[in-house]
Design a protein. Structure first.
Lengths: 325, 263
């Protein structure tokens, strides 16, 4: 494997701005470089790409390929990226595990006769071999993979990598990607944003999760008040969603949302492996559960064994007192 | 329409984490004794999507395809009990240890042998390896359009209209057929079988294929190497919050989190 070859980072603009995952991708690129100077190129796609491309030099990139196209299907976006790969010949392609990224990784892998590792949470270089770690089996296990073909395609999980610092005064060459023929077989008819109250659960800094132990939908009213008090949002494990106590869209776990908040408060949640895997990225986990044997205490940093109905109001009262909210 | 639904068998994901074991020598999960494999939950969503398409388009057929090694034949009968017309089990020792690339390549060979189909449905990922690549790889190999993470699928005017779940809403995608669609949990839970279905399923024998039947004998196409499979080190030192009553514990918890500047 030739370690002197370049790294290509794919940046997908969100409403014309550079999303946080972009600097995390450059943080990952730093690890991939393994301390060696490696050429970094960028593909930036989405409306506004052409005008924002120049500013991406601050991530230490030598060239930036830009496409302003909007409403691309995943395979059309892949075509743009393939043309940039054809010009820059990277040995590693880094992208985010986003709506588009998780489609792009396998599409690029197939067209370039290589392989992708998705949902990567850690990277390291060992004797010149790039090793990508990803959670599997509902977070019960971690798997270390190497990719034996080039380019190695790595899709990284948001918030898993330390964002890279800017390199001031860096200049990059901007290369506009040529337009492509739109696909005749697939097209995006519309994109609908569903308005929601408060931050998205995947982006919330504080999440309060409710489980079967809440006993019914009423419990979630209390959790919602506590979450609002803390400036956070409410989620749930699978049983309350199955029972209709809480909407499916707020389900945390492998068949729901993967979250990585600063604080996760699990209330009346036993901690099945599929739920725990969805919260393993949380910085601090607090568990409130009557059953001291509950699995959730194995992953929590702080635990309270007691009836949530008594714990939560006292907790909320103290929070109000301490924060003056 | 003719529907192929790809089904996967996996170790039961609902087992308590304490029973989850890995054999470090082989980098494999050791199935807990007495716990049968289950149909992957995402395959169930794909099957439900297939059944809904069949309901909405009378005269449709569903072929449920399961590939792997040492497969449980009876597990798949559930698909027939619910309304699938045919079962194809592709079971071969050669399929015991595949990576995502090899898996999709072999599935594409199976699909080619089936020849006639309008749509291939698969889970958006599996609940064991969770790579989320199979449907897209399959589409690329077969040169078919792919729509991922479907929460709703309609067929009209010879086209498929798919609502694709996104992080902040959904997209409406229109695709020609044949196509590959990966199905998300938002489609809704798999229905339950009725007695008539269960009885019909008992009589139904799956077609049994080997690697050689689909031209996959001796084909090796791994592109990734699994270097190590291991259990994450979890900080199991949970500090229990003191307090004589639950109310006191609750208040102390607030104090603790405030002290740590978390709240």
């Amino acid at each position: 494997m030739n370690n002197n070859k370049g790294i290509l980072v794919i940046v997908e603009l969100k409403d014309g701005i550079i999303p946080p995952i972009a600097s995390e991708l450059f943080g990952a690129a730093k690890i991939v470089s393994g301390g060696l100077p490696r050429d970094i190129s960028i593909v930036v796609i989405g409306p506004g790409a052409g005008s924002i491309a120049g500013s991406l030099g601050k991530f230490g990139a030598s060239s930036v390929y830009a496409s302003d196209s909007r409403h691309l299907t995943s395979s059309e976006a892949a075509t743009f990226i393939e043309s940039a790969i054809g010009q820059s010949h990277p040995s590693v392609v880094l992208l985010g595990e986003t709506d588009l990224g998780r489609d792009l990784a396998p599409i690029l892998a197939a067209t370039l006769n290589t392989a992708a590792v998705t949902d990567v949470v850690a990277l390291r270089v060992d004797n010149g071999v790039l090793i990508a770690t990803r959670p599997v089996y509902g977070g019960n296990a971690l798997a270390d993979f190497s990719i034996e073909t080039a380019p190695q395609i790595i899709a990284v999980r948001p918030k898993a990598f330390v964002p890279a610092a800017f390199v001031e005064g860096s200049l990059a060459v901007i290369i506009a990607l040529p337009d492509i023929e739109p696909s005749s077989s697939v097209r995006v008819l519309e994109r609908v944003t569903v308005a929601r109250q408060g931050p998205r659960i995947e982006e919330a800094k504080i999440v309060v999760g409710g489980g079967r132990g809440l006993g019914g939908p009423e419990g979630f009213i209390q959790l919602k008040q506590v979450a609002e008090l803390l400036g956070g949002v409410v989620g749930a494990s699978r049983p309350p969603c199955d029972q209709g106590w809480w909407p499916e869209s707020g389900q945390i776990g492998i068949t729901g949302k993967i979250i990585s908040p600063d604080l996760y408060v699990a209330v009346g949640i036993s901690g099945s492996s599929q739920h725990v895997s969805g919260v393993s990225g949380a910085k601090t986990i607090v568990a409130i559960n009557k059953d001291i044997e509950a699995n959730i205490f194995k992953v929590a940093s702080y635990g309270v064994t007691g009836d949530w109905k008594k714990v939560i109001p006292a907790f909320a009262a103290k929070v109000r007192e301490l924060t003056g909210r | 329409m003719d529907i192929i639904v790809l089904i996967k068998q996996i170790p039961d994901p609902e087992i308590p984490p304490a029973s989850f074991k890995i054999d470090a020598a082989t980098n494999k999960v050791v199935p807990p004794v007495g716990v049968a494999p289950v149909i992957d939950p995402y395959s169930e969503y794909a099957l439900e999507a297939a059944l809904r398409l069949k309901d909405a388009n009378p005269g449709s057929t569903i072929k449920a395809v399961n590939m792997g090694f040492n497969l449980n034949k009876d597990l798949l009968k559930k698909a027939v009990a619910l309304g699938a017309d045919d079962l194809i089990l592709i079971d071969d020792p050669a399929f015991a240890d595949l990576d995502t690339t090899a898996n999709s390549a072999i599935l594409s060979m199976a699909v080619k042998k089936i020849t006639r189909f309008d749509v291939i449905l698969t889970g958006r990922q599996s609940a064991d390896w969770e790579s989320g690549q199979t449907g897209l790889l399959l589409g690329s190999i077969l040169n078919l359009p792919v729509a991922t993470r479907a929460r709703k699928i309609d067929f009209s005017g010879g086209k498929l209209r798919v609502e694709r779940v996104t992080s902040d809403g959904f997209e409406v995608i229109e695709t020609s057929i044949p196509a590959v669609i990966t199905v998300s949990s938002e489609i809704g839970k798999m229905r339950l079988p009725n007695i008539k279905g269960v009885l019909a399923a008992k009589k139904k024998e799956p077609s049994m294929w080997k690697a050689a039947d689909i031209g996959a004998a001796g084909v090796t196409m791994r592109r990734t190497k699994l270097l190590k499979l291991y259990q994450p080190q979890r900080e199991s030192r949970c500090e229990m919050i003191a307090g004589a009553t639950p109310e006191e514990q609750g208040a102390n918890l607030a104090l603790k989190l405030h002290e740590l500047k978390i709240i």
